[in-house]
Design a protein around this ligand. Structure first.
Ligand SMILES: NC(=O)c1ccc[n+]([C@@H]2O[C@H](COP(=O)([O-])OP(=O)(O)OC[C@H]3O[C@@H](n4cnc5c(N)ncnc54)[C@H](OP(=O)(O)O)[C@@H]3O)[C@@H](O)[C@H]2O)c1
Length: 263
């Protein structure tokens, strides 16, 4: 079998790093992207020749996205797998979040993901095969007060990617959406996500459902390679999706008010 090539964004830490390691273990060769190239040093020493290239690119900028796509185009063929994992969040009242953070969330979680997906998927369709793995979040299943923009960006990832999955039916290319719940990665500190709190609070529920990045990565990669439409990791997170779909709006909002300790 010829070499299988994967492009992974957000490969320097957390879920993206775990996905990159999972792919190396499955004998993929990688083009890995992170904002800070030095973050890819550990992966480079583990992956050896399987790390074809590391791209340091700020995906909140058009230049960063272009730099990644230019490097992808240098490959002699379309990648076999694209993993869009780079993303960021910011917990807090929307009006208290700096506008630069809001811009970065929209740029990376929405704009970069869309541009990279469109470019790489077009080449995959031309060849007639390929897999795409989009890292969304269980925040995509309902509006989340205190995570308003972050959750909205993940609703976008869900709507865009699940629709694309259907559009590409019959092309040989599949798009899988991975919905992790709260996972032990640097994201939680960076987003100032509250992991403390009394029983029944957001933090307490998150602690009960806390996932390991390696488990999320393994299930996401398995789902993507099988061409599944979506992968929701963990029983509590599957319940969250089911409730988000089944409950009337007023009930969902009442639940979240109670998780947040609001009347
Ligand atoms: N951890 C959770 O609880 C959780 C739950 C649901 C979904 N997710 C999603 O999982 C994905 C990965 O997050 P994680 O939990 O693994 O956290 P993480 O370790 O903080 O990983 C985020 C990755 O995104 C990259 N990134 C952020 N801003 C970027 C930018 N401007 N340009 C290029 N790369 C950028 C980071 O690179 P640098 O480090 O170089 O900035 C990092 O590699 C995200 O899309 C996140 O929304 C996480």
């Amino acid at each position: 079998m010829s070499e299988r090539i994967a492009v992974v964004t957000g490969a320097g830490s957390g879920i993206g790093l775990a996905i990159a390691r999972e792919l190396v273990a499955r004998r993929f060769s990688l083009l890995a992207c992170s904002r800070d190239q030095r973050e890819l040093d550990g992966l480079a020493s583990e992956a050896g020749d399987r790390l074809l290239a590391r791209v340091g690119a700020d995906l909140s900028t058009d230049e960063g996205v272009r730099a990644l796509l230019d490097r992808v185009d240098v490959l002699d063929r379309a990648p076999d797998l694209l993993v869009n994992c780079a993303g960021l969040g910011s917990w807090g009242e929307h009006l208290s979040i700096e506008s630069s953070k809001v811009r970065a969330m929209l740029a990376v979680n929405v704009h970069a993901l869309t541009t990279i997906t469109s470019h790489v998927t077009r080449a995959m369709v031309a060849r007639g095969s390929g897999r795409v793995l989009q890292v969304a979040s269980t925040a995509a299943f309902q509006p989340v007060p205190m995570f308003a923009v972050y959750a909205a960006t993940k609703h976008y990832v869900r709507a865009f990617s699940e629709a694309l999955h259907d559009e590409l039916d019959g092309t040989g290319v599949t798009v899988t959406v991975l919905y992790p719940g709260v996972t032990k990665t640097p994201f939680l500190d960076a987003a100032r996500f509250p992991l403390d709190g009394a029983p029944g609070s957001v933090g307490w529920i998150a602690r009960q459902a806390l996932l390991e990045p390696e488990d999320v990565a393994r299930k996401g990669v398995e789902g993507a390679l099988q061409g599944e439409r979506r992968v929701v990791v963990g029983a509590l997170n599957q319940l969250q999706r089911a409730l988000g779909i089944a409950l009337p709006d007023a009930a969902t909002r009442a639940l979240w008010r109670s998780f947040l300790g609001r009347k």
